[in-house]
Design a protein around this ligand. Structure first.
Ligand SMILES: C[S@@+](CC[C@H](N)C(=O)[O-])C[C@H]1O[C@@H](n2cnc3c(N)ncnc32)[C@H](O)[C@@H]1O
Length: 311
């Protein structure tokens, strides 16, 4: 089975998108359309806009209609749409192709209340037809979690953290050892990962568990000092404290990074500085680092592997 994905992102997020794409699909992508064998659940990437399971393809529009006819599709109430806002395909051709492919489908057509959405994509000279999904971004509900702090990570960025740490492999175990109100943990739980959180501050840990319960997820936050925890996971995700709530000096940050090294062989780090030296001193090699900037909010996202750890 092949899938077509259409992404949307601000040009300034291109590097972050490319890093996420590499971790989810195993490819470096510098454009907004991807045809891939990899089935990534539609809501995984915050940059994913549309997804299509490809049923037919051709190098010519007429050929695509022929291929769709050969599918003998019988469908519940359906609609056929052209995917990809930035397509340079002439609008009349888009409409006629949707109509011709639609005519090849057995069933009732509805413009406003279709139960099944079929899509057409034109990419690199090829025409694709398939089952389309428009992203509903249900995870955006986490933006209004009952307990939130001004220092919480943006939900979109938390989602990217899960992509970098989880890589679309639900057998991987994840941990956020300084989880605050659980922003990253919520995204991991929503995507079906085995993820836990640790938070040292009792009221904040309690709020994080209340956030989990509010959305019907298990309460997976433990209140303790992560530096003395004996938890293990495949990958730790650390939004390192930088002194907004408490005094955090270099020694404290070092202890937290070393604590992550004890817990996991891989790390996804959010920090306000690049921290190369400290990462090296605490047993981490940097595999990739990209900045994320949104107005006053600046973070470095660093993917690390434990020194002496093979890929
Ligand atoms: C930058 S905030 C994390 C915010 C979180 N990503 C969110 O979106 O809500 C860092 C958190 O680490 C917690 N923390 C600091 N030192 C810790 C330690 N040794 N063990 C566990 N949690 C710790 C702080 O109480 C704070 O809530």
């Amino acid at each position: 089975m092949k899938y077509a994905y259409i992404f949307n992102y601000r040009e300034m997020d291109q590097m972050l998108f490319a890093l996420e794409c590499k971790h989810l699909f195993g490819v470096e992508l510098d454009e907004k359309v991807l045809i891939s064998d990899v089935d990534v659940s539609g809501e995984h990437s915050p940059f994913m806009h549309e997804k299509m399971t490809i049923l037919a393809k051709s190098d010519h529009p007429d050929g695509l209609v022929d291929e769709v006819e050969k599918l003998y599709l019988e469908s519940d109430v359906y609609k056929v749409i052209f995917l990809g806002k930035r397509t340079n395909v002439d609008y009349d051709l888009q409409l006629s192709l949707c109509k011709r492919c639609g005519n090849a489908i057995e069933g009732d057509f509805s413009l406003y209340e279709p139960k099944i959405l079929y899509g057409i994509i034109h990419h690199k000279g090829m025409w694709y037809f398939g089952l389309a999904e428009k992203m509903e971004k249900r995870w955006l509900k986490h933006q209004n979690k009952p307990h939130s702090y001004t220092y919480s990570l943006p939900v979109r960025l938390a989602r990217v953290a899960i992509s970098l740490a989880g890589r679309n492999d639900r057998s991987r175990t994840l941990i956020d050892p300084c989880c605050g109100v659980g922003t990253v943990v919520l995204e991991g739980l929503h995507l079906g990962y085995d993820i836990k959180g640790i938070e040292m501050n009792p009221p904040i840990a309690s709020d994080a568990n209340k956030n989990c319960a509010y959305y019907g997820y298990p309460e997976v936050i433990t209140c303790m000092d992560m530096t003395v925890s004996d938890e293990h996971a495949d990958c730790a995700i650390l939004d390192i404290p930088y002194g907004v709530m408490e005094n955090v000096d270099d020694q404290t940050q070092k202890k937290l990074l070393a604590g992550c090294r004890k817990m996991a062989n891989e790390l996804v780090l959010f920090s306000v500085e690049p921290m190369e030296k400290m990462l090296e001193e605490t047993g981490w090699n940097i595999e990739a680092q990209v900045p994320f900037v949104k107005q006053q909010f600046v973070r470095y996202i660093t993917v690390c592997r434990g020194q002496n750890q093979q890929k």
